[in-house]
Design a protein around this ligand. Structure first.
Ligand SMILES: [Ca+2]
Length: 300
């Protein structure tokens, strides 16, 4: 007789049946137990490339606040018009004032401050920044323009009307974006922080970490202060965040992908540059080496 078909003794059959029943009961108990972390928890968002350190972040008070009702609006730019933009301008700062744009461009040897005609994109006036500096964010305080530099811990001040130099200031850390909220200058440094400065002496007066769902949002770049909010480009992404600067919480996320054609995109660098026109109630957005600048509204 083939050993595989030999009859199993009755007692052994009962033992096997008991073991199968016990294993089955264990499996039913194990897989019906609630998991340690509920799926869809606000502390486990999809990670973007800009949030490498955020993957290990645990639940925080702001995550609870977000879950409690600080909904993040999802917005898209609604294009009102597009205008030419100098494709050689490595845009690092953008400001609208009285119908003209003021632009800070980066790269060593190519850094500048410009006054730019809005609709034609023509550079009406340009001041070169010494080549040892890599110019960054730009903000208007009264009738003076403040310009950051990337890693030189130094900034420049210019007269708004003729872009003549008016001195400078120093600061710790890197300079990325800059805006003025009417009382404070707000700086980004490539981290997830917004850093506040007194415009009189550029002394640091405080800082807040930008978070979305409790997760720190790294690589905050060009900034624009609008009413009680701060808008920020996130470096190397098409995301623009609207931030509550009192708490650092992101209140809206704008997906600005798709503004350039694939052909335009191939020759351009990343989205960077936000200015706000309160009279026309519109934003102007562009990017590093972008051939176009867009007048937009942010809409659902
Ligand atoms: Ca700006």
């Amino acid at each position: 007789m083939d050993p595989e078909t030999a009859p199993i003794p009755h007692g052994r059959l009962a033992l096997i049946a008991l073991m199968v029943a016990l294993i089955g009961a264990f499996l039913v108990w194990r897989y019906n137990a609630p998991p340690a972390t509920a799926p869809g928890s606000p502390v486990a968002p999809a990670a973007g490339p800009e949030t490498p350190s955020a993957m290990t972040a645990g639940p925080t008070a702001s995550a609870a606040a977000d879950a409690a009702g600080t909904a993040v609006e999802r917005l898209r730019p609604e294009v009102l018009a597009s205008h030419p933009h100098d494709p050689q301008a490595f845009t690092q700062g953008l400001v609208w004032h009285a119908g003209q744009l003021y632009e800070s461009t980066g790269l060593n040897g190519r850094s500048s401050l410009r006054r730019v005609a809005l609709t034609s994109g023509e550079v009406a006036q340009q001041v070169e920044v010494p080549e040892q500096f890599f110019a960054e964010g730009l903000a208007l305080v009264g009738d003076r323009l403040y310009q950051l530099t990337w890693q030189s811990h130094a900034g420049f001040i210019y007269d708004l009307k003729d872009l003549s130099p008016e001195g400078g200031f120093t600061y710790d850390g890197e300079g990325w974006g800059l805006c003025y909220d009417g009382a404070r200058l707000v700086r980004s440094d490539g981290s997830a922080d917004l850093i506040f400065h007194n415009p009189q002496d550029f002394a640091e007066t405080g800082r807040v970490t930008v978070t979305q769902g409790g997760v720190a949002q790294e690589r905050i770049n060009e900034l624009e202060c609008v009413d009680d909010a701060v808008y920020a480009n996130v470096w190397q992404t098409d995301r623009i965040l609207r931030i509550d600067p009192r708490t650092g919480a992101v209140t809206a996320e704008i997906d600005a992908a798709g503004l350039l054609t694939a052909e335009e995109r191939a020759a351009a660098d990343v989205l960077n540059g936000i200015a706000y026109d309160p009279e026309g109630q519109r934003f102007y957005i562009t990017g590093k080496l972008w051939p176009k600048l867009f007048a937009v509204r942010f809409a659902p």
